[in-house]
Design a protein around this ligand. Structure first.
Ligand code: G3P
Ligand code: CA
Length: 334
């Protein structure tokens, strides 16, 4: 499926969050500047039903909410787990806009903490479209619905506003440069009835049962969803691709590579694209064989035929992808 002429996509994971606080316009802008094909906003809802870009609905790790709203701390059950903190669904957009983003990870750059607002999905779409016009290239959008079953249970379902925003921006066609992703197949099925966009089913840790399956009593794990042909075919009825954790493709043991699996081949055999996550350039995330060189990891996955990669470091992903495509093109000419 992914040949030299169909170059693998670089998907700017949470923007370019290796360099800027995740899910800020500055992070998305940098991913665009670095050449990412798509930018990836994770989406949750505010109290007034507006989609905003955050990785979780609990936002104390990535914003200054704890200092601005100390008395709004609470405990909830989200997808079967007890979570204590500050939740987007308890704040209006006006309140959310008073917050400022901060870097989640201690070992990344904190010099931008306190500078950037939390963007709405609409603002992310506007950025992609205005930058696309300016740069004369398409900037794709790869929105992810976070905790859709939970949001449905509190009457703030994500699917309708997502479909509505895409339609308003003229981005609701199959051919639009948009992939909608979710860890929940039920959510994708609902979206399929609301919009024509391409859909991607995310594959989490092998032993986990997806939150929507838990709610409906379906006992299948993510591993079963991708290791059994009948389940891959079932996914294909709804989705255009899968977004697996990258260890489903190149497993590891004690920080060393194990032989690759057949997942890319079997997914392609049923007509599913494969976009693994997440590629990170820091040494701590790289297997020993890559000798601290992130490019070596990308090349390994490209050689296995993946159709795109979610990367925190868009510049490294683009450089590796371009080198791969150049080499393959030269090989095909020989
Ligand atoms: O969307 C692909 C990947 O982002 C899924 O993982 O947890 O970073 O949203 P997460
Ligand atoms: Ca995501």
């Amino acid at each position: 499926m992914a040949s030299a002429l169909q170059k693998p996509l670089v998907l700017g994971h949470r923007g370019a969050c290796g360099y800027r606080p995740e899910h800020t316009l500055a992070s998305y802008q940098l991913a665009i500047d670095m050449g990412a094909d798509y930018i990836e906003p994770d989406l949750v809802s505010t109290k007034d039903g507006i989609l905003i870009a955050r990785h979780e609905n609990e936002i104390s790790e990535t914003t200054d909410v704890a200092t601005k709203f100390p008395d709004r701390k609470t405990t909830k059950t989200i997808d079967g787990k007890s979570v204590t903190g500050w939740f987007t669904e308890d704040f209006t957009l006006k309140e959310i806009k008073t917050l400022r983003a901060k870097e989640r990870l201690a070992f990344r750059d904190h010099s931008y903490d306190g500078q950037f607002e939390i963007p709405t999905f609409k603002e992310v779409i506007e950025l992609a479209q205005s930058q696309g016009k300016k740069l004369k290239r398409t900037i794709g959008l790869y929105p992810e619905t976070k905790h859709p079953t939970y949001f449905q249970s509190i009457k703030l379902s994500l699917e309708e506003p997502l479909a509505k925003e895409l339609k308003a921006a003229g981005l609701n066609k199959k051919s639009s440069a948009v992939f909608i992703q979710s860890f929940e197949l039920t959510n994708l099925k609902k979206l399929k009835g609301l919009t024509k966009n391409k859909l991607v089913y995310l594959i989490d840790d092998p032993e986990l049962v997806p939150a929507d399956f838990q709610a409906s009593g379906d006992k299948r794990t993510y591993l079963e969803m991708v290791s059994k042909m009948e389940n891959l075919k079932d996914i294909k009825k709804t989705a255009d691709g899968i977004g697996p954790y990258k260890r489903y493709i190149i497993p590891e043991k004690d920080g060393k590579k194990l032989p690759p699996t057949e997942l890319v081949k079997t997914a392609h055999a049923v007509g599913l694209l494969v976009h693994p996550y997440t590629f990170r350039s820091e040494e701590k995330y790289l297997l020993k064989e890559y000798n601290k060189d992130p490019k070596a990891e990308y090349l390994d996955f490209f050689a296995l035929g993946v159709d795109g990669v979610f990367s925190d470091f868009a510049a490294d992903a683009v450089a590796a992808r371009d080198a791969y495509v150049k080499e393959q093109t030269q090989k095909e000419k020989r």
